[in-house]
Design a binder for this molecule. Structure first.
Ligand code: CTP
Length: 396
């Protein structure tokens, strides 16, 4: 989605300017056309050549540059930007924006643009927490600037506190989310579950399955990038929380049930990609179970069927990982759980099991008609699944 997008990246005078360079590089690698504007103080920390080398595009630094290829640089850049990002944004620059000052190329461009502007604060915690900075940030927020971060953590001053610039991966998610605001799922609320539930046996052990969460996370990012408001309900997985979505962390099937039922009130679609344990120990031991002489018998109870419990005007999509009778088993689940469609995959087929980046699935629609899809990346498959969701939502 970043391919061919014009992104104006403003860099101001903070030690976090090196992260701005990383952002410029990642955006360029993703196919965006990144025009960097640096303030004078930014150039004390990092050279324009760094950005020119990373973006393969000229870097603008001077409001009065006589030899610029653009006749009125701030107007030209402001007009062609799909999104503007100020990363890092200092307390001083945020104050300038709050006042509407336009005394350098970057502030002029922001004042002139109609594109969304993402401001990424980076500063010492004292400066960030100062009421005047807080007031300025609130002012920008009320004028529809997107304020990304900061977070708490290690600061260049040596202390730990609030003011650390967001990491680049997270910023990429926010840029994609802002660019996707006009997507075909805008205004839609989508709930996605991901990962495998964990049912405790005792304080150190649990029953779980091999779900990696990759399919669910791919759906979350794709839905966010198409303008949806997304809630992800995730079990512990080795994937980072996606930026720009609400994430609810759960462990057990019963916690997932509670979170799903809550998130689904007022939602347009539920994509139940999580592998939910069908059975859980009746009563998890309070203390670690000690090794005995004979065999150990664990008594299990059935967990709630979450998908079946979700009712009302909501598009419901199920996932079925099968090892035999793929279509028949999936059709049965489709009917029993009253789904709009089900995405079924044969876990014995090459490249489409748990933890894989690819999947080969059969999609079965409400009428029970099965369509085989070729092996593809889970990220691509997420796009196709959302195409079907978008179609169903348009009809409803
Ligand atoms: N599912 C659910 N609640 C459960 C079990 C499963 O909501 N307690 C959802 C899954 O998230 C998935 C779909 O139902 O979207 C099918 O899951 P699966 O485990 O294949 O179905 P089961 O009904 O549990 O059937 P079985 O395990 O016997 O194949």
């Amino acid at each position: 989605m970043l391919k061919g997008k014009f992104i104006v990246l403003g860099v101001t005078g903070s030690i976090a300017a090196f992260k701005g360079a990383e952002l410029a590089s990642k955006l360029t690698q993703a196919g965006a056309l990144v025009d960097v504007i640096m303030t004078k103080s930014a150039m004390e920390f990092i050279a324009p050549l760094t950005f020119r080398s990373l973006t393969h595009r000229p870097v603008a630094t001077d409001l009065f540059a006589p030899d610029s290829e653009l006749s009125l640089e701030h107007v030209a850049l402001a007009e062609r930007a799909d999104v503007m990002v100020v990363a890092p944004a200092t307390a001083n620059f945020i104050a300038k924006l709050a006042l509407g000052l336009a005394d350098d190329l970057l502030s002029c461009t922001i004042l002139a643009t109609k594109a969304p502007v993402i401001v990424v604060p980076a500063m010492d915690s004292g400066m960030y927490e100062n009421p005047v900075t807080q007031e300025n940030v609130a002012k920008l927020r009320s004028r529809d600037f997107v304020i990304a971060g900061p977070t708490a953590g290690h600061l260049a001053s040596g202390i730990s506190g609030m003011g650390r610039m967001l990491e680049v991966e997270e910023l990429l998610g926010i840029v994609r989310q802002v660019l996707g605001r006009k997507g075909d799922l805008r205004g839609k609320k989508i709930v996605v579950t991901a990962g495998g539930t964990q049912e405790p046996i005792d304080p150190v052990r649990h029953i779980s399955n091999r779900s990696s969460g990759k399919m669910g996370y791919a759906l979350v990012e794709a839905a966010r990038d198409r303008g949806a408001t997304v809630t992800l309900i995730a079990t512990p997985v080795a994937l980072k929380d996606p930026a720009g979505v609400e994430v609810v962390h759960v462990n057990t099937a019963s916690e997932m049930r509670e979170a799903v039922l809550k998130a689904c009130s007022g939602a347009d679609a539920l994509l139940m990609a999580a592998a939910v344990a069908d059975y859980a120990p009746i009563k998890p031991a309070g203390q670690k179970i000690k090794k005995g002489q004979g065999t150990l018998i664990l008594e299990l109870k059935k967990t709630p069927d979450i998908l079946s419990e979700v009712k009302g005007k909501i598009v419901k999509v199920g996932f079925a990982a099968e090892s035999e009778n793929l279509v028949a088993n999936a059709q049965k689940k489709l009917r029993q759980k009253k789904l709009d469609f089900i995405v079924a995959n044969d876990i014995t087929s090459k490249g489409s099991g748990f933890a894989s980046d690819t999947n080969r699935v059969t999609i079965i629609n409400r009428a029970g008609k099965a369509e085989d899809l070729p092996l593809m990346l889970k990220t691509e498959l997420a796009g196709l699944i959302l195409d079907s969701v978008a179609k169903l939502l348009k009809r409803s």
